[in-house]
Structure formats: C-alpha cells, structure tokens
Design a protein around this ligand. Sequence first.
Ligand code: FE2
Length: 365
Amino acid sequence: MLNNNEDSFPILGIDYLQFYVGNAKQAAHYYKALGFAPVAFMGLETGTRDRVSWLVQQGEVRFVFTGALSPDSPIAEHVKEHGDGVHDVALRVPDAEEAYRVALSRGATSVHEPQVFEDEHGKLVKAAIATYGETIHSLVSRQDYSGVFFPGFQPLDDQGSDGFGIQHIDHVVGNVELGKMNEWVSFYERIMGFTELRHFSDEEISTEYSALMSKVVWDGNGKIKLPINEPAEGKRKSQIEEYLEYYRSPGVQHIAMATEDIVGTVEAMRTAGIEFLRVPGTYYEDVKQRVPQITDKIDALQRNGILADKDEDGYLLQIFTKPVQDRPTCFFEVIERHGAKGFGAGNFKALFESIEREQAARGNL
Ligand code: FE2
C-alpha cells in the first residue's frame, strides 16, 4: 500500500473548482451572495468562440463557472445530463506532467494529456484524470505563471470585495453509487497515496428513515480531504439516492469552506439571500451539554442555525446551505474549526432529519 504521498504524489492544494452551468454570467453573480467577487473572464470578447468562463474568488477559494455557446458543446451535454454541477476538482501540483505520468502508471484514466498554456505572464501546465462519475481532477502546475488565473482569461477591472470571511476549502464530498464507496477510497489510496482519515459508523449516519455510508480519504497533511458517501438501505429514499437520481451519476455533493468567524460569514450570506438548513430549537438544549465550549456564543449560533460538534482534538461549528441550483444536488457547508479534525458526525442525525423534511417537501422521501 502506498503511503508516502509526500514523495510519490505531492499536492500543493486545491487550485480551483470548475462548474459547468447553463448560464455562467448569472451563476457568477449568484456567488456574490456567498461573498465571491468576479475577478476574470473569458468568452467572445477575449477571442474564445465556444464557451464563456467567469472566475470568482474569495480568500484562497477559486470557482470557475463555464457555460457553452453552442448545443453540440460537451459543456452543454454535461448540463443537459447533470444540471449545473462541479466538473473539475483541480489539484495544484509541483509538476503536472510528472503527476499525470505517475497517476496513469497507477491505473488512472486520462482525460487530457499534459498541455502547456502560455501568455505574456508565463506558462502553466495542465493535465487531467478521471474520478467518480463525469468528474475530473485537473493537475495544474503554475509556479512559472504570474497572471491572474489562466492564459486566455482577462482580469476584470472591478475586483472590489473583501468577501464574507471564507478563507479556503476544507473538504469536497463526493456521492457515489451503492457499493462503490470502497472502490473510490482505494482509487485515491492507489493513485494519490491518500490514506483513510476516518469512517463513520451506521449509528452515526442513519435516521429512522434513511442512511448512508461515508469514508474520508486525505493527503496526510490536511490540504485535501475528500469524504465519499454511498447510499445505504433505509425505509425511505436516502439523500444520496435523491442526489444520484437528479445528478444522474456520481458527483460532488458539497463543498465545505472554512472561516474564522462563522457567525459573521453566515449573517452576511443570509442577508444576501442564501438559504440554510434549519434544525429544531430543541437541538440547542442538547448541544450545550454535548459541546460545553460554545456556551457563551449559543445565542448567536441558535439565531443563525449554526451547529456544533466536538471530537478528541477540539470542537467545530458548521452550517449547510440548501441546494444552490434547480436540482437537489450540490450544496455548500461553512465550517469554523477549533482543533476538531472531524466532520460533524454528532450533527448528522439532526441534519439528516432536516434534509428529510426538505426531501419530503420536494416529494422525494
Ligand atoms: Fe462536510
């Protein structure tokens, strides 16, 4: 078993997430409500004929929204099949050609061979491999590039936003089919030398009605944490099954973004129109016993519907948005960590009951 990913498959971080969407201009605008500012653009005005991309940024988090300009585009096909969703979880690596070569030698499927992109700001190299569903991992090395993002992108004049406090991506969660979780866990172990950070017991992640299974793989230093869910047998349709039915394949379920002031971040997002899942008021009576560290901020947490959990290393605060596109597929998490390395397992039950109320409202439970 490969364990020394530091040596064999070094990863510097998540470079960007690219969403394929029906209308990139409007998607980029929506993300202002999550505190993101548009910073670069490519499209007809910059000489690109087949697609439009908007880059938005907050802290170290970069999202690219890409839409098609013709019906025969693979982007249009992707949107027709999946609705708006994450196409690419791009990883920044020291040497994209080497990373690609190593990945393929370990059995990864090629999506794009290494290609050099150049402009007056230097050059960068990008390759891509396939992961679950139609999702890909681009491998990007950009240490010889000083431009705003990628050759072909034009910086926007108006980059004026301090954001809402989001600093970096904490984890990116994938949903895969029943029986496929372990296959994808071993994919990341085999290809990238990741190890299993933890898995969750049945008790933790089932409600009266529905259940899922989840394992987390990571790079060993915390820059990349990828939980992978699969549905489990329950009395009703699980949230993972609902996702797979509407996304029509495995894909990215949620993206957790870290802040140091979750109350401020969430208040700004809610004021801007973002909708969050709610748990019943009774949750907060119980949480004071469970996570005593938060006693002095319980009012602000309860007012905003923010959840708390603890593990042996500390505690964390977290909240989840409702799905951010028409289909009940991708959503976001905002997380503030105080030492805790977990993912909020103590909240899963309350959360899943909340998700089930939403599913029932959609006629999908
Ligand atoms: Fe999460």
